[in-house]
Design a protein around this ligand. Structure first.
Ligand code: NAI
Ligand code: MG
Length: 497
């Protein structure tokens, strides 16, 4: 066993055990103020624990711990750092079931269809980046025969990672694994809705890593996230979340002249041509829209453009498939679809559904609300497929982050490409067709960081991931991303004359 911690399969017990703690300097410690905030199981409306309420003093302690640890860490041979990061992946695998249950408890993501999937793929990011230590290479430059000129890759120092609640462990992994391999110290700020699973993941990794090189704080954005961005010792911020918060983070980083990477969500179009394989496209819409995650995905296929010749058939088939999905307690093995993460998100999603109806759209509600006792306070929302709305609707323009998609009828290919691109966002896009020329043309013309034909795979290591336009700044998940975002290039000249 690489981890000396024993897995705790009862998520309620684990939430209690982790209550009131940050991970700083390799140890679970309370907030400097001693304050906490409630963590709620959104399926039952019950408080399951209290997270440490991080503020500037905690940020300072974590950054100092990271800075102290980084002095030795940057001197560890790069491949050895990589070996330890890969070892973190193995340790997390030993704990994958407890992590899955914990994340289901605190976020409402269904255990079988979502939480376990996230916990299962977690180690992949650590294995991938763990193998890249030897790729932190520099160059020699033919500057002058009498001057040996070279570049070396150095760590930026301390990386602040601010993460959201929707896929917190995986999104955290894509930031911390490359940052650590590149020789940086890391301080993570978890999302207030999902502090425990990532804290546990970091506690597990702390069994493998030198104390203090990886720290994690829980807390709210303005009180805990903001001081991390403005801390003078933090040399880089990597952020995933909303456009609004991304802009705030960017402004502070600009004042400090430190680099930021931003992954900010989208309004991803899915174009279904008249010649598409209907079954394949419907399955792609289910996967792409992440109905099993209540649509809480930055790449959610929330605008589905369907050719008028198959529109009605498509809507019918999609509705039938979503109807067959079971909504229920996230921890129940039978459940396909769990809950929305928080009351704020719940209100936001409901308001969008009401708005769509006001605008004249037809809301096709799918599946059925769970009737089990104990779930009456749960934040369940029936998935909704809207028809009759246009691309000008607020529902087609704004990120809902809920189980709501708009199916929009089209006739003309040129027109649908224009509509797909007529959005503030540019994260992902798909096209479904049997015609190679149409497929190739669309891949070139769709304005998005990730374009797929006849499939809808999720983000994974070694595939560059990130958006254009308001969807973000900078790409993640690759060797190049590790080099660009977590190192800087130093030029060295040795005069031999
Ligand atoms: P958010 O962007 O406010 O939160 C993301 C992270 O930023 C959290 O850890 C939060 O505590 C932190 N944060 C908030 N304010 C901050 C500040 N001033 N300085 C530093 N850090 C700060 O997103 P939120 O409120 O959870 O969700 C709002 C909407 O954002 C969602 O409805 C969805 O549309 C979008 N979103 C997009 C995500 C994506 O994957 N791109 C993930 C989560 C939300
Ligand atoms: Mg917010």
């Amino acid at each position: 066993m690489s981890s000396t911690l024993t897995p705790v399969l009862d998520p309620y017990a684990l939430a209690k055990e982790l209550s009131g703690k940050h991970l700083i300097g390799g140890k679970l410690v309370p907030a400097a103020s001693g304050k906490t905030f409630d963590v709620v199981n959104p399926a039952k409306g019950e408080v399951v624990g209290q997270a440490a309420y991080g503020e500037a003093a905690d940020v300072d302690a974590a950054v100092r711990a990271a800075a102290e640890a980084q002095k030795a860490w940057k001197m560890v041979p790069a491949r050895e750092r990589g070996r330890l990061v890969a070892e973190c992946g193995r340790a997390l695998t030993e704990h994958k079931e407890e992590l899955a249950r914990l994340i289901a408890l605190e976020t409402g993501k269904a255990l079988r269809t979502e939480s376990r999937v996230e916990a299962n793929v977690l180690s992949d990011a650590f294995t991938f980046f763990g193998g890249l230590g030897g790729e932190l290479k520099g160059e020699t430059v033919p500057f002058n025969p009498k001057m040996l000129t070279m570049t070396v890759r150095e760590p930026v120092g301390i990386v602040g990672a601010i993460i959201p609640w929707n896929v917190p462990m995986m999104l955290m992994a894509l930031k911390i694994a490359p940052a650590l391999v590149a020789g940086n110290g890391v301080v993570v700020k978890s999302a207030e809705e999902a502090p425990f699973c990532v804290l546990r993941a970091c506690q597990i990794m702390a069994q493998v890593l030198p104390p203090g090189i990886l720290n994690i704080l829980s807390g709210y954005g303005p009180e805990c996230g903001a001081p991390l961005v403005s801390h003078p010792k933090v040399g880089k911020i990597t952020f995933t979340g909303s456009v609004e918060t991304g802009k705030i983070v960017s402004r502070t980083a600009a004042d400090r002249l430190i680099p930021v990477t931003l992954e900010l969500g989208g309004k991803s179009p899915m174009i279904v041509m008249g010649d598409a394989d209907l079954d394949q496209a419907v399955a792609g819409a289910i996967a792409g829209m992440r109905f099993t995650r209540q649509g809480q995905s930055c790449t959610a296929a929330s605008r589905i453009f369907v050719h008028s010749s198959i529109h009605d058939q498509f809507v019918q088939a999609l509705k039938a498939k979503v109807d067959a999905m079971v909504m229920g307690d996230p921890l129940d093995e039978k459940t396909d679809i769990g809950t929305i993460v928080s009351p704020d998100q719940f209100k936001k999603v409901k308001a969008y559904i009401d708005h769509g109806v006001t605008e004249g759209g037809t809301a096709h509600s799918c599946s059925a609300m769970p009737e089990l006792e104990g779930l009456t306070k749960g934040l369940f929302v029936q998935p909704v497929i809207f028809t009759g709305l246009t691309n000008a609707s607020r529902l087609a323009r704004e990120e809902i982050f809920g189980p709501v998609t708009c199916v929009i009828k089209f006739d003309d290919y040129e027109d649908v490409i224009a509509q797909a691109n007529d959005t503030e966002f540019g994260l992902a896009a798909t096209i479904w067709t049997r015609d190679l020329r149409t497929a190739l043309d669309a891949t070139q013309r769709l304005e998005a960081g990730f374009v797929q034909v006849n499939q809808n795979l999720v983000v994974q290591p070694n595939l560059s991931y990130g958006g254009v336009k308001s969807s973000g700044l900078g790409k993640e998940a690759t060797l190049e991303a590790m080099l660009e975002h977590f190192t800087h290039k130093k030029t060295i000249i040795i005069n031999m004359a």
